[in-house]
Ligand binder design. Sequence first.
Ligand SMILES: [Zn+2]
Length: 250
Amino acid sequence: MDVRALLGLKALDDVQSALFVQPHPDDNEVGAGGTMAKLAAKGCRVVAVTVTDGRYGAVGEVHPAQLARRRQEELVAACTALGIQEHIEFGFEDLGSYTERDVVNKLVPVLLDIRPEVVVTVDPWTPYEAHPDHVKTGRAVAECAIRLASLTVSQTSPAYVPPMFAFYASAYPNAAVDVTDFWDRKIRAIEAHESQFATPEWPALRAYLEFQARVAAQRFFEGSGDGRFAETFKLLSPRQLHFFPDAMTS
Ligand SMILES: [Zn+2]
């Protein structure tokens, strides 16, 4: 049975509007920057949301408020590299005591306003994911599927639930986007986050990202994947985000 068709899931790079929600400035770029650039180039409305200010994303003698400001500037530069014009910052404190519910409360009005065909975020269920901002952000996005389908949200008419949810950095990917033509832009966008990646480790990390993307292309594009780059996602319908044990293996 073609469960994907039954659930109304289509190719990720075939949507007209997409919302990418990241815990910190840079997560979208690392996880899905090629897909963001590809969609923007096709004329898709792409909006980026950043949940926290990233103020503690460094070690050493850096003032957190200064780092937050710097990361804001880097975020703008990264969006420019990807061709993204719309970005929203929620401004929660990095590693702060905000709750998943706080993020849901901010996300619901954004979703009702933009009504994207797909919401993309980090996979909070990837085994060993220890960062609380990643867990809270991913779970909050998924919880919006439940909230928007309930009377807890005062529904503007017509009612709306995002038809597709996609999670990057997933241990259980079931979809891939060919980002070969947008790989250079993804790398430029990541490098725009100088506070995070202008480091001695960056060349090795870049090589690892390229290796991952090549292996993913070979896996998902079978005979035609050689020499190509892919970003992978766990693509789910909102129905699969509740009482759906097969979601992990779908
Ligand atoms: Zn992060």
